[in-house]
Design a protein around this ligand. Sequence first.
Ligand code: ZN
Length: 326
Amino acid sequence: MVAADSPARCQLQGINQYNGEFSCPWCLIKGETYWIDERRHKWIFPTKKVHQSRDQENFTSHLRELRDLLHNGNNNVTNVFGIKAPSKLILLPKFDIVHGFVFDYMHTCLLGVVRTLTCAWLDSKNHNFPFYIGHQEVEINCRINLCKFPVECQRILREIKDIKYWKAHEWKIWMILAVPLLNGILSQPYLKHFSNFVTAITILCKDVITRADLETSDNLIKQFCVVLPDLYDSSYCSFNVHLVSHSVDCVKNWGPLWAYSLFQFENYNGVLTNSFSGTTEVGLQIAKKLIIAENVCFIKCFFFKFNGKKLLFINNGKAEILSEVT
Ligand SMILES: [Zn+2]
C-alpha cells in the first residue's frame, strides 16, 4: 500500500498532475476546462458520469503504448490516458500500481472538500450566492466558543478569523460540528448536502464497517457529487470531489479511512524535522536521534536498585519506590 497526497501520488504513479487530463489514479475520467473568466481557467471533473476504472492490466497496457509511441519517434506524445512515465513501483513484486494507492481523507476531505466549501460559504466574493454566510461570522464564533471539548481533545477549534491557520485536526472537528453548528445559518439544501458528505465520511471512518454501511456511504457520496454543480457551480467539481467518489472502493480494499490516513505519517514528519539541524548528514543525524529516543524509552521502563536499598521504577521520568531491598 502507498499513502501519499495528490502531488506526490501523481509522481509516484507516473501519471499527469491533478490539474491535467486523465489524472485520476483510479479511473479514466478525462476532465475538462472550466473558464473562470476570459483569461483564467481551471481543470474540473464532471460528477454526473461514471467512468471506466483503471486496473493493473489497462495501466500497464497504456504504459506499453506510451513506450511504443515514443520508440517510434512520436515525440509530441506526452501521455497515454494520463500515464506519462514508467513508475519504479511497477517493479515491486505483487504491488498493484492502481489499487496499491490509497485514498487519503486528511488531504482530500478535510483539507480539500471541507475547506473549499467552508471558505466558499464565508468568502465575501460569494455574497450574491444563497450559500453565503460570511455576514454571520459573529454568530458562528459564538457557537464555536460555546462548544465543550473533551479533555482528551488535544486541539480545540479556533474562531473563524483564524480559519486560514486551521490545522487538519481543526478541519476534522469542524467537519463533525459544522452541521449542528450552522443549523439556522446555512440554508437547508446546502446544510443537507454537506450533511450527506459528513455522514458518508464518518461511516467510512468507523472501526467496523458493514456492507450495508458501504452501500449507505456510496449512495450519500453519489448524491453529494451529482447535486454539487447544481447547488454551487461546475467550478466546484474539483479533483478532490472526484476522488471522494473512489473512497468507498478504497475502504472495500483496505479498511477504514483512518487506518491509512496521512495524519499519522505527517505527525511523524514533525518528529523527523525536529531531529536534525543544518544540512550536513541529515540522515545520520535523524538516525542518531531516533536511536537515542528509543533507548530513553527503554530506560524509562527499567527497574534498578537505588542506594542498594530501594527498588525504583522509572516511568515517564518519575521515580517510584516499589519496595525496600534487603
Ligand atoms: Zn476517478
